[in-house]
Design a protein. Structure first.
Length: 685
């Protein structure tokens, strides 16, 4: 919008505002009336145009349909004379300028042209017009209608009409509408003049009085009431407002005094609130400090319970190891007794490794060796051990599912789950009782799956039920918490059932407990059903330890472990070169001109990590097979860049000679090494 247009608009607005109310009413009534009449006239003209056009199109369509029906026989028999007579009949309509009949091939059969007309139809072909549709071109309208006999198109009727009659009708109706609108405007204007005078006078009087009150602050004046309509109501309201203002003016002084008093009181309350807020903040800070102290003491108490339980278990194991070692030294010639002592030492070491596995399973950092196993076979194979564990005063019974129950778990972990549940049941029956172990295959519905926090589907069920003392609800709700135990200090780590929970969740399953005081306890372990064609849990019979005569480079910083590993490898037939760390391993490699077949190395060592050692060796000797051995867990191995691509493998400590020999032989007999030793995620350590 230009500056001139803005100025003009502003001047018009100011001029309108300066008008009297009577002039404004006149202007508004006139503009509204004129606008309404214009809209009504235009709407009428548009409506008439649309309706008249529709009537015209309908007339042309009906005329075409009648002509096409009458010409059907003539077109079917190719009767030119009858066809022309049919078209001549269209002359009764003055708007029809021309018509043509075409046969099935599109050739002209007959034609008609009105007298004095100059049609354009003869220059058009039926392909120029859409079938069964009306087409407007300039001042003419065209119709193309197919002639159909028994569902087959045998010809076409082309019709041309003039739009002049339609235009004449629109002109007449527009003139009539304009005349009616003008007459209506004159009548409305005359009526509105009288209305303006009856409205403007009382409003003007009201405005004069309001200006006087504003100027003189005289609230005693009143406006005379001359009408009983809404304006009279407005006058009454204005007079009442003046009365109310006068009354309220008297109350302003007292209200001001009360407000000042309230302000003084509010300031006093604010000061009190600020002091209370400061005291509350101090109390909250003190409470948070006490809560931190309580949490720290709870952590220390939990660590103390864990340390007491672990120390108790390890002291018992060390007692067996130390006692067996002394017995061997005192009776070096008694082979049978020496073998028994060695078995006891090995069993104590395995129990120590089991405690470590419990801690790792509880924290979900234990390295898994997942296999397809049969849950029924696990229960069957461990039954004798369980009978010795629970004692003669507890009756053990089992009920196994008829079909094989395939699960994907670590063998040691699932045995640990069963062992911990049985030990828990035994401790709940100090005076003896009955222990029942059952397996089954169940379907977990979406509702049950939501409560167990697993996916719906088929699951293998392991159920352990005892007739012991049972647990109250407050104990059952905490039974899987770490370090929670109802036993005395030093009688357990509080990790037994927490370990069960960690193993089962790590394996994709769930565990639930049901118990009441005096009614025993029932644990239900759900593990995903991994049904496979290959049998699970096979091959438990002892196999011959694989041997070899290749040359291996052993790198281990712990002297005792290194000597133990060298003894294992040499007893399996291998030639062993040993080094205390990566730097010494490079020196040994450079001093040994012959090739060696594999590197067996610890992961975390001083001066040089296993990853850097392997990279340096491969730069000097090319790609080689590597077996990593470590007692660390996943995240430590990942930080040291250990991967297990082709030609690489990882063996978790502790392990037996058989496990080491099998892993070494599998790597040596496997595909040649390939890929890089770049960082990646190991399978665990």
């Amino acid at each position: 919008m230009s500056l001139v247009e803005r100025w003009r608009r502003l001047r018009l607005r100011e001029a309108f505002q300066r008008l009297s109310i009577e002039a404004k009413l006149a202007l508004v009534v006139t503009a509204t009336t004129l606008g309404g009449l214009v809209v009504a006239t235009v709407s009428f003209v548009i409506y008439d145009g649309i309706s008249s056009r529709a009537e015209f199109e309908n007339e042309v369509a009906v005329l075409g349909r009648i002509a096409a029906d009458r010409a059907t026989a003539a077109v079917a028999f190719g009767d030119t004379r009858s066809a022309e007579e049919t078209l001549q009949a269209l002359g009764v309509r003055s708007s029809v300028l021309a018509a043509r009949l075409l046969d099935e091939a599109g050739e002209p059969l007959a034609a008609y042209t009105a007298e004095g007309a100059a049609p354009r139809l003869h220059d058009l072909d039926k392909r120029d017009l859409p079938p069964e549709a009306i087409t407007y071109r300039e001042d003419r309208v065209y119709l193309s209608r197919p002639i159909v006999l028994e569902g087959v198109e045998i010809g076409t009727l082309l019709l041309e009409s003039d739009l002049a009659p339609l235009r004449e009708r629109r002109g007449r109706y527009t003139a009539i509408a304009s005349a009616v609108a003008l007459l209506s405007f004159v009548l409305v204007f005359l009526l509105s003049s009288r209305l303006r005078r009856s409205l403007a006078e009382p409003v003007t009087s009201l405005a004069r009085t309001a200006r006087g009150v504003t100027r003189d602050f005289d609230y005693s004046v009143r406006v005379p009431k001359t009408t009983g309509d809404e304006i009279g109501d407005l006058v009454d309201a204005f007079n009442g407002m003046l009365e109310e203002i006068a009354n309220r003016d008297k109350d302003l002084v007292s209200a001001k005094e009360r407000a000042e008093e309230s302000a003084r009181h509010a300031r006093s309350r604010f000061e009190e609130t600020r002091r209370s807020k400061d005291a509350l903040e101090q109390e909250i800070a003190e409470r948070e400090r006490l809560e931190r102290q309580i949490r720290q003491s709870q952590k220390m108490e939990a660590i103390g319970r864990l340390a007491g339980g672990v120390a108790h278990d390890f002291n018992n194991m060390l007692m067996v190891i130390l006692g067996g070692s002394e017995a061997i030294r005192e009776r070096p010639g008694d082979a049978e007794q020496t073998l028994m002592e060695v078995d006891e030492i090995a069993a104590a070491a395995e129990r120590a490794a089991s405690v470590t596995r419990q801690l790792l399973a509880f924290s979900r950092q234990q390295v898994l060796s997942v296999q397809e196993l049969d849950l029924n076979r696990i229960v069957t194979d461990t039954r004798k051990m369980l009978e010795r564990l629970i004692g003669e005063d507890v009756e053990l019974s089992t009920h196994l599912h008829d079909a094989k129950l395939s699960i994907s778990v670590d063998p040691g972990q699932i045995q640990q789950v069963l062992l911990n549940l049985v030990v828990n049941a035994r401790d709940a029956m100090p005076a003896g009782g009955a222990l029942h172990i059952a397996t089954d295959e169940v379907e977990i519905t979406p509702g049950l799956a939501a409560s167990l926090e697993v996916e719906p589907g088929r699951y293998c069920l392991l159920e352990v039920r005892d007739t012991g003392e049972g647990m109250p609800p407050e104990v059952a709700s905490r039974i899987f918490e770490p370090f929670f135990t109802t036993k005395g200090v030093g009688q357990g780590t509080g990790l037994g059932l927490a370990t069960v929970y960690g193993i089962v969740r790590q394996s994709g399953g769930a565990v639930s407990v049901e118990s009441d005081l005096g009614a025993g306890t029932q644990f239900r372990v759900y593990l995903p059903n991994r049904a496979q064609e290959a049998g699970a849990g096979e091959g438990t019979e002892r196999r011959e330890v694989p041997r070899g005569n290749e040359t291996l480079l052993l790198v281990e910083d712990d002297g005792a472990v290194r000597r133990h590993l060298r003894s294992m490898l040499e007893r399996s037939g291998y030639q062993v070169l040993e080094a205390v760390d990566g730097v010494e391993a490079l020196e040994v490699s450079r001093a040994f001109p012959e090739p060696f077949d594999m590197v067996v190395t610890d992961v975390v060592m001083p001066r040089m990590s296993a990853r850097e050692l392997v990279e340096r060796l491969e730069e000097e000797r090319g790609a080689m097979r590597v077996l990593f051995v470590s007692g660390y867990v996943d995240d430590v191995l990942s930080r040291h860049g250990v991967t297990t691509e082709t030609g690489r493998s990882l063996l978790q400590k502790p392990f037996t000679r058989d496990q080491l020999a099998e892993r070494v032989r599998a790597l040596l007999d496997g595909p040649p090494p390939g890929g890089s030793t770049g960082s990646g995620s190991a399978s665990g350590d």
